[in-house]
Design a protein around this ligand. Sequence first.
Ligand code: FE2
Length: 188
Amino acid sequence: MAIVTIPEKGIRIEAYEEAREFLASYGIVYATWGKDRVDGDSATPDEILSAYAGEIEELKRDGGYTTADVIDMRPDTPGIESMLEKFRKEHTHSEDEVRYTVKGRGIFHVHSNGGDVISIEVHEGDLISIPRGTRHWFNLCGEKRIRAIRLFQDRSGWTPHYTDSGIDSLHQPVCLGPYYFQVSETRR
Ligand SMILES: [Fe+2]
């Protein structure tokens, strides 16, 4: 389950329905899909996409998404630091950012039009959709592990448009939830 916080306002929400309604008031879609359909570490991208084919098809139908893929980030992923560097600065996209976390965790920050900066720590089983044009950024937690399904309306839309506001540096990610990361034998 996600953990939603606005530290400046003393807000911390972990209950699913409350988090869903709170995020909806900012235009953010939050839902949970069934966990444990696949082993998030060993399953192939195709196995993951088939395990969630029903939900993916529904999102595609409702949101106009045309493709889905699986992103896999580990501490030893080549170029991980430069990828994280791209994600961690405030930016917008011309299409929605839709992510379903299969394994690991990470933190989205959303900078609302009203000025609030909302921190959303996503975990396995969490789906989040940040509407196009919304200012946001993303960090991994210390273990640097996430595997997530991404949906795209048009891949070119995912290009980040940086705001260069510097606000991201004022909201460092604080990961609060439990985390269990088994490094597989083959990667040791
Ligand atoms: Fe983004």
